[in-house]
Ligand binder design. Structure first.
Ligand SMILES: [Zn+2]
Length: 89
């Protein structure tokens, strides 16, 4: 079994990629990887019910369609907005 490793932004050590998630207020979920050496959390993305609904819609949309493309852009936009909002607080 090969473990996926990534370099921690904080301590610079290689650490196994363990994806975790936490529940934040307002039904927001924080998805991140936690460094095994220093405990630093590298954020993958945040979701909320609206983004989850979009992700679900995207999953059920065939590849290489305009709709899929539009949903992907929309999800990215919402995720970026949510992340900016949370990280600026
Ligand atoms: Zn670290």
């Amino acid at each position: 079994m090969s473990e996926q490793l990534f370099v921690c932004n904080k301590c610079g050590n290689y650490t196994p990629l363990v994806q975790k998630s936490d529940r934040l207020p307002d039904n927001v979920e924080h998805h991140y990887a936690e460094c095994q050496s220093c405990g630093y959390r590298s954020t993958f993305f945040y979701t909320n019910p609206k983004i989850k609904a979009l992700l679900n819609q995207q999953k059920n949309t065939p590849f290489l369609t305009k709709k899929k493309e539009r949903l992907t852009k929309e999800i990215k936009k919402h995720m970026d907005e949510l992340r900016n909002k949370i990280e600026s607080e």
